[in-house]
Design a protein around this ligand. Structure first.
Ligand code: NAG
Ligand code: NAG
Ligand code: NAG
Ligand code: NAG
Ligand code: NAG
Ligand code: NAG
Ligand code: NAG
Length: 250
């Protein structure tokens, strides 16, 4: 592997960050929108990931500085010398040949608008910004029954599934697919009849980096299945059987 990297305070596996990025590309949403001809970049990622902040196609440069905030420098490169400043990034960042800043094991507190200030060979200085948003994976929601009321062969159902202390969007699913509800609201309130009741309701909580769900099962109109746990285990057995021989032969 090429030793031509610009610098890092870590002495092993310094290339992993950028390699990891390519493998984990699905977990990174790279959004670029053009603002006054300049690219405004945004990286959204899940905490614990290694992240690479990169401005492609930079011209020849004589100095490069990465800032965490306007007055907190992370690293400066000038005339082939790289200097990491005393910051929380000192032992977990590196700079590669194309001036990409790799940050290892990002945490929520690393969320910020990072600035790349470059001094071009022409003597002109220019700034680029990349906003990094680090999110924790959404926690598993738990469905709570607020109302379960049978009236005249209909069932009035009010279920909630909030993930506390985290912002998330909610989608509810039944037998016939997604149910029309307000994305921002963790509450499902519906009236169903014999002809359109569902044998289960799944609440899916999601944020831009992850999603988790919970399901509640019904045996008939307005009657909860005796044990939702049994249904869950049965599903797992069906899924596991074809997988196990597959694992043995690979
Ligand atoms: C981040 O990089 C480190 C060091 O190169 C590596 O050991 C680790 O597996 C990487 N983590 C992820 C989530 O890719
Ligand atoms: C530096 O890292 C960036 C982002 O991962 C990558 O696109 C680029 O190819 C790397 N440059 C070199 C010289 O490895
Ligand atoms: C910087 O390093 C490159 C490759 O290592 C070398 O070709 C170049 O002459 C160096 N530039 C300066 C200003 O030292
Ligand atoms: C149930 O049906 C009866 C007779 O059809 C009707 O009088 C009553 O108002 C209904 N109750 C509700 C809550 O809709
Ligand atoms: C079930 O059907 C009734 C009557 O056809 C309708 O009013 C109700 O909105 C339906 N419920 C759902 C959840 O689709
Ligand atoms: C919820 O969905 C809206 C619209 O798609 C999106 O803008 C917002 O970021 C989402 N919020 C979360 C916490 O995922
Ligand atoms: C619910 O989560 C399980 C894994 O925990 C996943 O296999 C399933 O597709 C999810 N269902 C929905 C409706 O998101």
């Amino acid at each position: 592997m090429s030793p031509a990297f610009l610098g890092s305070n870590m002495n092993s596996q310094r290339w992993e960050c950028c390699l990891a990025l390519e493998r984990l590309l699905l977990l990174h949403l790279f959004l670029a929108t053009s603002i006054q001809g300049h690219s405004q970049r945004q990286v959204i990622t899940v905490s614990g990931n290694n992240v690479s902040l990169h401005i492609p196609n930079l011209p020849a440069l004589s100095r490069v500085t990465w800032f965490y905030t306007a007055n907190q420098k992370i690293v400066e490169w000038e005339s082939n010398r790289t200097n990491f400043f005393n910051s929380k990034f000192k032992n977990r960042a590196s700079l590669n040949e194309s001036y990409a800043l790799c940050i290892y094991k990002v945490q929520k507190e690393d969320s910020s608008t990072y600035i790349l200030r470059v001094l071009k060979d022409s003597g002109k200085e220019e700034d680029w910004t990349i906003s990094l948003e680090v999110l924790d994976p959404v926690r598993k929601p738990g469905i709570k029954i607020q109302t379960l009321q049978e009236v005249n062969n209909s069932c009035h159902l009010k279920l909630s599934c909030e993930v506390s202390g985290q912002s998330a969007n909610y989608t509810w699913y039944g037998d016939s697919g997604p149910l029309p509800t307000d994305l921002q609201s963790p509450v499902l309130e519906i009236t169903v009849y014999q002809q359109n009741f569902s044998s289960y309701y799944t609440c899916q909580a999601s944020n831009p980096v992850s999603s988790k769900n919970d399901t509640i099962y019904f045996s008939k109109l307005c009657k909860l299945a005796k044990s939702s746990g049994v249904a869950w285990i049965a599903t797992w057995l069906i899924v596991m059987v074809p997988i196990v021989p597959g694992l043995l032969w690979t």
